[in-house]
Design a protein around this ligand. Structure first.
Ligand SMILES: Cc1cc2nc3c(=O)[nH]c(=O)nc-3n(C[C@H](O)[C@H](O)[C@H](O)COP(=O)(O)O)c2cc1C
Length: 195
């Protein structure tokens, strides 16, 4: 039994993909075709970045491969309960320096690349779910990440499955969430005390 939420509706016209993208936890675990994975990474490639520095890096593993198990192993146990069924897990890194100096926007740029990946996956009928709940130190050691990179987030990619297979506490959460009104984050020209 899936819980219900009102369908997502935009207050102003936007591309369908923005509403269609959401973060499921029930995945089929089926293998992702090589060409599709290449397409998702290609979408990341075209993200904008500070000075066109393209500071994002990814380390990925396909379900069944040792790299997948390494990535799964650094994710929190709560998240492992569902992330284990993804087709791909990746760690998204960003380079902390730009031309030898500390980079100000590396994680921001990596976030843009993640958004590209996620929206491209949605357009292909696949889904993504970002995971901040992972052990950073364990990930750094297990994946051999050097100090000049941040590990910003882990991401699962997969095809949505029936939520019946999820742990009971996660079943009611398996639906698209809603959003605050745009007016809650907008102010023309000045800082707002209303935020
Ligand atoms: C940086 C980041 C970290 C997140 N970490 C987790 C996480 O550890 N576990 C989880 O279940 N979901 C995680 N999420 C998913 C968010 O909870 C989800 O994107 C948000 O509730 C909005 O829902 P939607 O993506 O379905 O629209 C994370 C999302 C982002 C962007």
């Amino acid at each position: 039994m899936t819980a219900h939420n009102p369908p997502r509706a935009a207050d102003h016209p936007i591309a369908e993909v923005f509403l269609d993208r959401w973060s499921p936890r029930a995945f089929t675990g089926e293998p992702i075709p090589d060409e599709l994975l290449a397409t998702l990474f290609e979408a990341m490639r075209w993200a904008p970045s500070s000075n066109n520095s393209q500071p994002w890096r990814i380390i990925y593993g396909r379900r069944g491969a040792p790299a997948f198990d390494r990535l799964l192993g650094v994710i929190s146990e709560r998240n492992q309960r569902w992330a284990k069924d993804a087709s791909v897990i990746l760690a998204l890194l960003s380079k902390r320096t730009l031309q030898g100096a500390p980079a100000r926007n590396h994680s921001f740029d990596a976030g843009a690349a993640w958004a590209h990946l996620s929206l491209q996956a949605t357009m292909a009928g696949w889904a993504t779910h970002a995971i901040g709940g992972f052990n950073e130190a364990a990930a750094r050691a297990s994946l051999g990440v050097s100090d000049d990179y941040d590990i910003d987030v882990c991401v699962t990619i997969g095809r949505r499955a029936d939520p019946a297979g999820l742990p009971d506490d996660l079943k009611p959460r398996e639906m698209p969430s809603q959003r605050n009104k745009a007016s809650s984050f907008i102010s023309e020209g000045v800082f707002s005390r209303e935020w």
